[in-house]
Design a protein around this ligand. Structure first.
Ligand code: ADE
Length: 228
């Protein structure tokens, strides 16, 4: 899968995503991530990409032209017009199901906003989806784009190894993960639950299921109706 991230901070995006599992997936050519600098496509002197809002008000607005030209360069080069996701707190809130939908795409373009947003006309012209990563406001769309790319990438076949993909199962069932323990058996006087040391797999599975249900009811009752 190919991600094209339109941003004013390509280094920020690439530094984050070339690390760890997404970085390994890039090396294995399972995913391709390209951060394209919008500033490279401005026709204004001094590399300007934003301007004052018409009608007045605080902050600056990202201009339509450099974003449009960035999009033209990407779509022209790849000869396709993939979905364009604009990261904004005004978008639909991202969730696992949305990641599964996006993971079906061969290519995805992501637009990171900054300042007080982007000229509305760019949304009308090229943007197909508007996505928020939660009800809080960040300084820009780069971290949200990284969150989304990370979440989608791990669904691409081969990106996770067997052990890593097994971890995914618990969330799949709409339950939170059960408590995990590793050595030593006693830490600061606290013992690992006896059942986990029993070697009795059926009892361990039952205990984990029970813990997951308890935890989900306590912490995320909103997730619960989805469970049989
Ligand atoms: N840009 C700023 N805040 C954001 C958020 N919560 N989600 C997506 N994009 C954003």
């Amino acid at each position: 899968m190919n991600f094209y991230i339109m941003t004013l901070f390509p280094d920020m995006v690439m530094q984050g995503l070339t690390t760890s599992i997404t970085g390994r997936a890039m090396q294995k050519k399972l995913i391709q991530i390209e951060a394209v600098n919008i500033r490279d496509y401005t026709t204004e002197k001094h590399g300007q990409v934003d301007d004052y809002p018409y009608g007045g008000g605080a902050g600056m607005v990202m201009q339509a032209e450099p974003i449009y030209r960035t999009w033209e360069a990407i779509t022209g080069r790849i000869g396709k017009r993939p979905r364009v996701v604009y990261m904004t707190p005004q978008g639909s809130v991202f969730h696992q199901g949305m990641a599964q939908e996006f993971a079906k795409e061969e290519d995805l373009i992501i637009l990171c906003g900054h300042y007080e947003g982007v000229d509305e006309r760019i949304l009308d012209l090229i943007v197909t989806d508007q996505v928020s990563i939660g009800d809080y406001v960040l300084t820009g769309g780069e971290l949200p784009a990284m969150v989304m790319v990370d979440c989608i990438s791990r669904l691409v076949p081969g990106v996770l190894n067997n052990q890593e993909s097994a971890e995914f199962e618990s969330f799949h069932e709409n339950l939170l993960e059960y408590p995990q323990y590793t050595r030593p058996e006693v830490f600061m006087g606290m013992r690992v639950p006896e059942v986990l040391l029993s070697g009795h797999h059926a009892r361990i599975d039952a205990w984990r299921q029970e813990q997951s249900v308890k935890r989900t009811k306590e912490r995320r009752p909103d997730l619960f109706p989805g469970v049989e």
